[in-house]
Design a protein around this ligand. Structure first.
Ligand SMILES: O=P(O)(O)OC[C@H]1O[C@H](OP(=O)(O)OP(=O)(O)O)[C@H](O)[C@@H]1O
Ligand code: HPA
Ligand SMILES: [Mg+2]
Length: 166
């Protein structure tokens, strides 16, 4: 499947898999704290942030609101729409959670504001890996991670239809 967006493969993630992977991330983070609180990068970071906060018993949660992609198209730049109280101390002692790091553009923009925070994502692609401190699962750069909130149930094509190119 060639694509103008550069993503040639799909990696669908179910709610169950996301829950399992976010809990695995929490296990990895458990010995790296204690954390003062958690900053979720909206919107994709909100779901894993809720799971990680529950596991690490963090109750102080803030958001940093970002926008980089419109569906599978990357915008010209990352827009940070709202900052966070964690900026007061450069993020020292705070945990940042996002769903994934792809090119690393979003992570670098957030890190510029919170240079001392620990940055964790559930999924990572090679170009973004150096921009995060912790992650669970790596996928290739040309793979689009399809999150459960972006999916709907449709009737699957038959093998015969796929072979006929329908
Ligand atoms: O490493 P990058 O290339 O910057 O891509 C990763 C970011 O892109 C997506 O967010 P997006 O801006 O699409 O907003 P959303 O979380 O609301 O979907 C994703 O949730 C990450 O935050
Ligand atoms: O692979 C991805 N999946 C969902 N959102 C994204 N934002 C950047 N890359 C991705
Ligand atoms: Mg996001």
């Amino acid at each position: 499947m060639a694509s103008s967006s550069g993503y040639n493969k799909m990696f669908p993630v179910s709610w169950t898999e996301l829950h399992r992977d976010a809990r695995a991330l929490a296990w990895r983070l458990a010995d790296l704290g204690p954390f003062k609180g958690l900053v979720a990068i909206t919107r994709g970071g909100l779901v894993p942030a809720a799971i990680v906060a529950r596991e690490l018993n963090l109750r102080l949660i803030d958001t940093i609101c970002s926008s980089t992609y419109d569906r599978m198209e990357r915008g010209a730049k990352v827009e940070l729409l709202k900052g966070t109280i964690a900026e007061q101390d450069k993020g020292k002692g705070w945990l940042i959670v996002d769903d994934l790091v792809d090119t690393g553009v979003t992570a670098r923009a957030v890190r510029a504001r919170l240079p001392e925070a620990h940055f964790a994502t559930v999924y990572a692609k090679p170009a973004g890996r150096p921009s995060v401190d912790s992650f669970i699962t790596e996928v290739s750069q040309d793979t689009w991670i399809l999150f459960p909130w972006d999916q709907e149930a449709v009737m699957a094509k038959t093998i015969a239809e796929l072979k006929a190119g329908q």
